[in-house]
Design a protein around this ligand. Sequence first.
Ligand code: SAM
Length: 287
Amino acid sequence: MDKNKMLSNPQETIKVIQENGFTFHKKYGQNFLIDSHVIDKIISVADLDKNSRVLEIGPGIGTLTQYLAEAAGEVVAVEIDDKLIPILSKTLAEYDNVKVIHGDILKQDTEKIFGGAPFKIVANLPYYITTPIIMNLLESGVPAESITVMIQKEVAERMQASPGSKDYGALSLAVQYYSEPYLAANVPPNCFMPRPNVGSAVINLKRLETPPVSVKDPEQMFKLIRGAFNQRRKTLANAVGNYDGVAFSRENVEAALVALGLDTRVRGEALTLEQFAALSDELDNQK
Ligand code: SAM
């Protein structure tokens, strides 16, 4: 398809919206892409070829979907808004490698979407559910090789933050346990219609075959992490001791920190993923 005929410019987007009497739904986080350079960047970062299967979350009017259909072998796009389904059947009519599913991504059995075969996720995500979508995908073990998504800039920075920085927290540790994050581009509000109130960024999460640290009980480690950042201004021992999600007292945590050669007054934000793994294992040893 001639790229000039595509939807990735403000005039074509307005035309499709007006012709179909569509009105934006704020509750669905609808900010449609209107900049072809940004879409080219997403496609190049996603590293697609004709053997690739792609799951797109929230195709909107199909702007990014058209590019995905041209670059990949097979595309499945899940859209929640029933008003967009008839529009998509028109804008994607000439692509026989695209299937649109009308539904909520959080309720889909994503593992079965390509019959268990590996796939890549590419999306301009609805910002109100970025974290649950990404955490579900990472934790559920679906065969997603990579996730390339437009998200709020601040969330992208949290995903790749290092210990000691203000952005470092439970999300950084979870993302970095399952994947290698790469912040590929910052994207200003004028690349969307309507403009979001926040800056955006394209992030690529490459799934790791094996986690970068070994820990006996990853579930327990993540509970400790949640506890540590639940009250991030407190010491790690106090925050975990006060947290209902785990049964360890402040004294248990302090003893484990001493055994690991760490200061008992350390805060969670100073600990690396390796140190959280060691802390979790040490607490098990002391049971
Ligand atoms: N991909 C389009 C683009 O880039 O122009 C639209 C992106 S817009 C930021 C997010 C899209 O996700 C909207 O079409 C919205 O209706 C859809 N959406 C919101 N919540 C959803 C959910 N729970 N499941 C599936 N789609 C959802």
